[in-house]
Design a protein around this ligand. Structure first.
Ligand code: ADP
Ligand code: MG
Length: 230
């Protein structure tokens, strides 16, 4: 579970997040939808304890970002926007290393399962540096899932994927949401419809709407999103 209470982030006088509050529970795939610069990545970096907020409180699975950052990180699988991967490493070597970071032993079967799950099998004998952007993104997703976290935080997870890769990865993300909380960011409306059960629209650091997709039509959501730029 993710709990965000009155989070504000100010960078050098600029308000990137302004009094943001929401909660998300297991089984939800929450799309954080907003234009570039809305504050999506900032919120994700706060939840993953990479940067502190200026004000407010947040917790992940009951662990406060201030008091128990290590526990917070253990609960989360995180795919950052610009994912720094070790380009010299082979795919399997890297995923075993990632598992090791979480203290997982005998992780070979788990690594093979993740390779299959994200569709990396045909490229799995390569070094990361030899992979296309789409396949690197799959490595990032496999890394985020390796320790079977309760919470997945995915910053623009489908950028760089070509159209025929999209469907496969969207299905992986949607499935992951069955027994996890997924928070993913995107600036593309269709992504939310394809993967999410809930859409939180964020603009200039503020939540401007928060809807369950069963309760709002795709046209209403599109209108809300387009109204931001007016
Ligand atoms: P999004 O992910 O929605 O595109 P970001 O969270 O990256 O938005 O950025 C929100 C705002 O905060 C932007 O105006 C951005 O320029 C600014 N910003 C982000 N990171 C920093 C930083 N480290 N220092 C100063 N300003 C930043
Ligand atoms: Mg971003």
């Amino acid at each position: 579970m993710i709990q965000v209470e009155h989070i504000t982030k100010i960078y050098d006088g600029q308000r990137a997040l302004d009094d943001v509050s929401f909660t998300a529970k297991e089984g939800e795939v929450v799309g954080l939808l907003g234009p570039n610069g809305a504050g999506k990545s900032t919120l994700m970096k706060i939840l993953t304890c990479y940067i502190p907020p200026t004000e407010g409180e947040a917790s992940v699975c009951g662990h406060s970002i201030y008091e128990e950052p290590l526990a917070v990180r253990r609960e989360i699988g995180y795919l950052p926007e610009h994912n720094p991967l070790y380009t010299d490493m082979y795919v399997r070597e890297f995923l075993r290393f990632a598992a090791g970071v979480y203290g997982m032993k005998h992780c070979n079967d788990r690594v093979e399962d993740m390779i299959k799950l994200v569709g990396l099998t045909p490229e799995s004998n390569k070094r990361i540096g030899q992979l296309s952007k789409g396949y690197r993104q799959r490595v990032g997703l496999a890394q985020a899932l390796i320790h079977d976290p309760k919470v997945l935080i995915l910053d623009e997870p489908t950028t760089g994927l070509d159209p025929n890769q999209l469907e496969e990865i969207r299905a992986v993300i949607k499935n992951a949401g069955r027994d996890k909380v997924v928070l993913l960011s995107t600036h593309i409306m269709q992504e939310v419809e394809a993967m999410c059960s809930r859409a939180i629209i964020i603009n200039h650091g503020r939540i401007v709407s928060d809807d369950h997709l069963g309760h709002i039509t795709s046209q209403q959501l599109t209108e809300k999103f387009h109204n931001l730029t007016l």
